[in-house]
Design a protein around this ligand. Structure first.
Ligand code: GDP
Ligand code: MG
Length: 328
């Protein structure tokens, strides 16, 4: 593969080249990893930055419908939009966004849109690296907005928030005065809560739900990187497109403030450091899965079990014999 040629074509915004480049960063093969590294290095000096928006919500709240509507809205504003999906469960389900592509039919036909289903991969650490690299490729290809979608399960939200400039939480209208069991940790990383389906019969309930969440957000600790009035809760309808303009203006207000006050740069720097450390951690842990290490652990494990050697001495033996691997 000619990496220089691929870089040139990604840089020119060729979608097929971008798709190939993402396939390359998704590969676990050592030679592909090396090529992916070279490709990313070749594209890095461009310094292109997109607005990275993380988006989460439980199945059925309308993520796909919202992305289709919001993506079309952004394209009408003259922007180029990329959609990436992170679905840690896709190894089992076979990639939920694939079925979703039918919900993004209009968007997927736009020349200024790029939609990439989630690769199937069970390990979140690997998913994080692949997704980050795919984001970097979309930025190099000149996309203005990169939407990173994730289903509301497990730790994937935290991971997506750690690679986004802004994190959106999509909720559905809910009856009663119970907040919808949204975990506090998720509330704390949300920059904007959008209560979707604020249309037809559901509208009054959506407005009540929105007020409930606005109240809940006010109870959270003030964050240094938010201007007055944030994080915010708003209503939208992905179907009627009501509220999309408001949501976009709110996003722009928040981002402009964060840029002006240095939080944008600081957040990205912090994230870069975070992912560097995660990669080191991930790389170290993967050493334990190497065949010879595994065998040594098993052998020493037997000896520890029958009292031939102490646990701490066996552990010290393993640790002194670890050889770091480059593959992550
Ligand atoms: N009334 C209404 N229904 C919606 C809206 N957005 C999505 N839906 C419906 O909610 C269901 C789930 O939507 P989908 O986009 O697949 O949700 P996802 O699982 O979060 O991706 C579908 O039947 C949609 O038609 C909306 O704004 N209003
Ligand atoms: Mg969906």
């Amino acid at each position: 593969m000619d990496i220089h040629d691929l870089a040139t074509r990604v840089q020119a915004g060729e979608r097929r080249a971008l798709a190939r480049a993402i396939t390359l960063v998704e590969s676990g093969r050592a030679d592909h990893r090396a090529q992916a590294g070279a490709l990313l290095d070749a594209l890095a000096p461009l310094g292109r930055q997109a607005l990275r928006i993380g988006l989460s919500g439980t199945p059925g709240v309308g993520k796909s419908t919202f992305i289709e509507a919001f993506g079309m809205f952004l394209i009408e504003q003259g922007l180029k939009v990329a959609v990436l999906a992170v679905d840690p469960s896709s190894a089992r389900s076979g990639g939920s966004i694939l079925g979703d592509k039918t919900r993004m039919e209009r968007l997927s036909r736009q020349k200024n849109a790029f939609i990439r289903p989630s690769p199937s991969q069970s390990q979140l650490g690997g998913v994080a690296r692949r997704t980050r690299e795919a984001v970097a490729l979309c930025e190099a290809a000149g996309f203005d907005v990169v939407l990173i979608e994730t289903v509301g399960v497990g730790q994937s939200e935290t991971m997506v928030a750690e690679m986004s400039d802004l994190f959106l939480l999509l909720l559905a209208p809910a009856g009663g005065d119970e907040l919808q069991g949204v975990k506090r940790g998720i509330m704390e990383i949300a920059d904007l809560i959008l209560v979707n389906k604020a249309d037809g019969d559901l509208k009054p309930m959506a407005m009540r739900t929105c007020a409930d969440y606005a109240g809940a957000l006010r109870l959270l600790r003030k964050r240094a990187y938010d201007p007055q009035g944030f994080p915010k809760a708003m209503t939208v309808s992905a179907v009627t497109q009501d509220g999309l303009t408001d949501a976009w203006e709110t996003i722009q207000t928040l981002i402009a403030w964060r840029r002006e006050h240095g939080h944008w740069t600081r957040r990205r720097a912090h994230q870069a450091r975070h992912w560097f450390e995660e990669d080191v951690r991930h790389g170290l842990l993967s050493v334990l899965d190497q065949k010879d290490t595994r065998a040594r652990i098993d052998t020493l494990g037997d000896q520890v079990a029958n009292g031939q050697i102490s646990a701490s001495r066996a552990a010290a033996d393993i640790l002194t014999h670890l050889r770091p691997v480059r593959k992550i």
